[in-house]
Design a protein around this ligand. Structure first.
Ligand code: NAX
Length: 325
């Protein structure tokens, strides 16, 4: 038996950083053979072929086959894991509505293709931005696939938040637990130190609240922009790493709480139907649940409301464009 992994945007920077790790077994473990299906737009097919040549040249024992196509129906045929990385970036002068419309033209047909062709156990991770709303568009156009199979990525935000907190407190990243990011994958996201623990004690009690609100939160939220400024290119290897963490833990389980953007069922007063980042627990046999009953104080509530309001605006915009029902 093997698993079919569909990766979109295969010729892009994140695709290049992810594919070799996926093929080496870091995504689904060393016992799972892998069939790769790479989806790209026509002009990038040749570059995807080049990546496929390098994958072949790596002689990965787990890698059974590589198919490259620009046809979403073919790419999602039999798909067990879909990593939707390819998206339309914001170009200069582009309004938000134009950006959402351009991405709707990608994620609507991909949702339809997943609905018609993916395997019954399909799991989807959307990385391409605006990731939460792109996942909402894909999910809304795949009515036969259970809603909880559509997720988008906030694990990079979580990893950034964990690492920055560990540095601040001069502890190891392993000493930080249950640090979850709420809301949208955008600078409005809320990294929650009230429910996080450092060496078993509440993280918020170990930092200055002024530092938390005025330094830490903006630095976590704007880390992507800081990376672009430093490297002259956006986060690629760290994004690929987070995408692998997300899918790996969803398939195989993980300790503690993690961040995943999933469809809200109304938990924590977050409007039902939005794809928002929540605290999730990942089960060892696969699957996840949103963890309920965490403390949300007034400060956290006000920050969660800001990021969720942004999700509502994006949802309303794509509804107006007819991209979701
Ligand atoms: P690149 O521009 O390097 O690659 C994107 C690739 O997607 C290109 O090869 C392009 O041809 C392809 N593509 C475009 N439309 C497609 C379609 N309809 N079907 C298949 N492929 C298509 O970008 P990269 O650095 O790889 O980033 C990819 C996406 O990840 C961007 O939208 C980026 O904003 C987003 N990110 C999301 C993050 C998250 O945490 N959720 C963090 C990292 C990253 O910024």
């Amino acid at each position: 038996m093997s698993k079919t992994i569909t990766l979109t945007g295969a010729a892009g920077a994140i695709g290049y950083a992810a594919l070799f790790r996926i093929a080496s077994g870091q995504l689904l473990g060393q016992n799972e053979k892998i069939k790769l299906k790479l989806l790209e737009i026509e002009p990038a097919l040749q570059a995807a072929e080049g990546t496929a040549m390098e994958l072949e040249d790596s002689a990965f024992p787990l890698l059974e086959s590589i198919d490259i196509t620009s046809d979403a129906n073919e790419a999602f045929d039999g798909c067990d894991v879909g990593m939707l990385i390819g998206a339309q970036p914001r170009k200069q002068g582009m309004e938000r509505a134009d950006l959402l419309e351009a991405n709707g033209a990608i994620f609507k047909p991909q949702g339809e293709a997943i609905n018609s062709h993916a395997d019954d156990d399909v799991r989807i991770l959307v990385v391409g931005n605006p990731a939460n709303t792109n996942a909402l568009i894909a999910m809304s156009n795949a009515p036969d696939v259970p809603h909880d199979r559509f997720t988008s990525m906030t694990r990079l935000d979580e990893n950034r938040a964990v690492s920055m907190l560990a540095r601040k407190l001069s502890v190891s990243v392993e000493d930080v637990e249950d640090l979850v990011v709420w809301g949208n994958h955008s600078p409005t996201m809320f990294p929650d130190l009230f429910n996080a623990k450092v060496n078993g004690e509440r993280a918020a009690d170990q930092v200055d609240l002024d530092w938390y609100e005025n330094e830490y939160m903006p630095r976590v939220g704007k880390r992507g922009a800081a990376v672009i400024e430093a490297r002259g290119a956006s986060s690629a290897a760290s994004a690929a790493n987070a995408a692998i963490d997300h899918v790996h833990d969803w398939a195989l389980g993980a300790e503690g709480l993690h961040s995943m953007a999933v469809r809200s069922e109304g938990q924590y007063g977050i409007e039902e139907g939005l794809i928002s980042s929540f605290p999730v627990r990942l089960h060892s046999g696969g699957g996840y649940e949103v963890v309920e009953g965490l403390e949300i104080n007034d400060f956290a509530r006000s920050k969660i409301d800001i990021t969720v309001n942004e999700l509502k605006e994006e949802r309303d915009a794509v509804k107006e464009l007819g991209l979701i029902g």
